[in-house]
Design a protein around this ligand. Structure first.
Ligand SMILES: Nc1ncnc2c1ncn2[C@@H]1O[C@H](COP(=O)(O)OP(=O)(O)O)[C@@H](O)[C@H]1O
Ligand SMILES: [Mg+2]
Length: 360
């Protein structure tokens, strides 16, 4: 079989400054920083932050898993989150775990203000639902999906993996540094994937670390910027550049790829937020006008926090009886704000216009 890729010692961070801060990189940093700052500002203007986070985190859980060929549908995903005891596929389960892992990471970062290696292990454990932890048995290699050829061999020795992770986390947490944090984000993501500390879940854990890093550095306040949709669209390039950086040790192209990913997904997220905000406003007006008797701002906001809603959610949120809650949802269906459908004994009410925005 083709050429093997033996392990060549992975270098510790940091790389030399002149290798990563090239003129091309610095130019792109300016564009990326501008888009990201705009996103940060716009996110703050959304009154109900939970609304935004819920919807976007779930979409990212789906996309990031898709990069690893774990495929589910939005419908099945929302069903899994909304209907108790419903049968779900292993893939959907993994995506639900991914969502939990993002929230767990966000929680740690908010409480602690930094991350420990153990926190990374916790996040990965939630994701893969096993306690295997950091690799201790050699044999993990990265292969080309199609040809089976070994493209990269990560460090095999547990002690070495642990040393590389300590070095990684030091640079992850370092705030007062000369290096622009957006450049550092790219370097850190490469480094984490190249250490490949786990048997599985390295790609997804690494992509969760990206958002946590942005939050720790104050570049965004809530977990709503994700690179996975960009990576899906440019997957061969993502792999090619990880590979190329392994082989040649040259950083520029990889860093620019990551910076463009942040820029492009920031722009997309800004658009998505404004679509969501418009739809929210439109819906508030519509319900007020067409169903003034049931109009409550909180009720409408709930339909945005839970695009798949059900009677129980309304009962809990508005502290009303089941009968009233059911009447509200039916009325919202009458005026075509929601569409209902049955799953077993449960009726789900879908905010389908919102779902369309999230799918884009
Ligand atoms: N040549 C490479 N060098 C370093 N990392 C790579 C390389 N090729 C792929 N990767 C990373 O490995 C990830 C896949 O690792 P894996 O542990 O299977 O993650 P997951 O379980 O999330 O699928 C990819 O998403 C990518 O980030
Ligand atoms: Mg995998």
């Amino acid at each position: 079989m083709g050429q093997k890729a033996p392990y060549s010692k992975l270098k510790k961070l940091p790389p030399k400054q002149e290798e990563v801060e090239t003129i091309k990189v610095l130019r792109q940093v300016i564009k990326t920083a501008r888009a990201l700052a705009e996103l940060k500002g716009i996110a703050k203007t959304i009154p109900n932050q939970a609304m935004l986070i819920n919807a976007i985190v779930l979409q990212e859980a789906k996309d990031s898993s898709e990069i690893e060929n774990i495929i589910t549908t939005q419908d099945e995903l929302y069903k899994a989150l909304t209907v108790r005891n419903t049968k779900i596929s292993p893939e959907t389960k993994e995506v639900v775990n991914y969502r939990r892992a993002i929230f767990a990471g966000f929680d740690i970062v908010q409480k602690q203000g930094f991350l420990r290696v153990n926190d990374i292990v916790t996040i990965q454990q939630i994701l893969v639902e096993n306690t295997a932890g950091i690799r201790s048995t050699p044999g993990t290699v990265l292969k080309n999906d199609k040809t089976g050829e070994i493209v990269y061999t990560p460090p095999q020795d547990k002690q070495e993996i642990i040393e590389l992770l300590s070095n990684f986390i030091l640079h992850f947490n370092q705030k007062e540094q000369d290096l622009n944090p957006l450049i550092n984000l790219a370097i850190l993501h490469y480094q984490f994937e190249s250490i490949h500390p786990f048997y599985d879940g390295n790609g997804r854990t690494g992509r969760i670390l990206n958002i946590l890093y942005l939050i720790l550095n104050g570049l965004i306040e809530i977990p709503i910027l994700y690179l996975s949709s960009y990576i899906i669209q440019n997957k061969p390039e993502y792999y090619r550049l990880l590979n190329q950086t392994n082989k040649t040790g040259s950083w520029e192209e990889w860093i620019i790829f990551m910076l463009k990913a942040v820029e492009s997904t920031s722009v997309q997220t800004i658009e998505r937020i404004s679509l969501i905000r418009n739809l929210l406003e439109k819906t508030l007006v519509k319900v007020q006008k067409e169903s003034p008797k049931i109009y409550q701002k909180e009720l409408v906001e709930l339909l945005f926090e839970q695009p798949y809603s059900k009677i129980e959610f309304v009962v809990n949120r508005l502290k009303v009886e089941r009968k009233a809650a059911s009447r509200y949802l039916k009325e919202l269906e009458n005026i075509e704000v929601l569409k209902s459908y049955k799953v077993g004994r449960e009726t789900l009410y879908i905010n389908s216009e919102l779902i369309e925005i999230l799918k884009k």
